[in-house]
Design a protein around this ligand. Sequence first.
Ligand code: IMP
Length: 214
Amino acid sequence: MVKFVTTNPGKIHEAREYLDSPVEQLDFDYPERQAEDLATVAAHGARAAYRHAGEPVIVDDSGLTIDALDGFPGPYSSYVEEKLGIERVWQLAKEESNRSASFRAVVAYCDGGSFEATPEPVDTDRRGDDLGTSERDSATTDQQVAEDEQLPVRLFEGVAPGKIVAPRGDGGFGFDPIFEFDGQTYAEMSTEEKNAISHRGRALAKFADWYAQR
Ligand code: IMP
């Protein structure tokens, strides 16, 4: 059994609908590293989550990229949702003639054991970068940190194209009401419909294939 470590029940709801094997939520708010790429954030999160849980875990780090705004909010999506809110993100995008956007998810798996980890950029030379000194648990020894840096992480990425529209729909969470694919916003879709085309659905599909063959 894999624990999905997240404080977001929306992600769990989608993973349960999607994966055949049982998915249990571990409601732990692991320290999220700020980095330019989601893969680094997800890899760091998976190691921190595994250290907390002591059993196989997945975490998911996602971000919305608005093309005309040079990729904003990208890895800062959660901060922007909290501080600006989706209506103001729509107001920003509304001014642009090109409203194309994409959602990206990176699912990261860590079980403390060794397996063929995802190659560069996050799982070989840069492993050491994934644990910032300021984020270390004060009880964590240098030796523990060195061991953690070696923890293999496997990454699964999913990307979904779409466009930014005025908010519509009551379902889902986060930016769902302003992200449209094929005439429907994510918030207007059932979980099953969203999973079939969403960034998270695509990343979870890759994870499920790999996990089933282990
Ligand atoms: P995180 O992966 O939990 O850090 O999420 C980053 C931000 O993207 C948060 O504001 C989430 O609410 C938002 N987000 C992540 N996945 C989705 C999604 O599937 N739909 C809409 N918003 C999402």
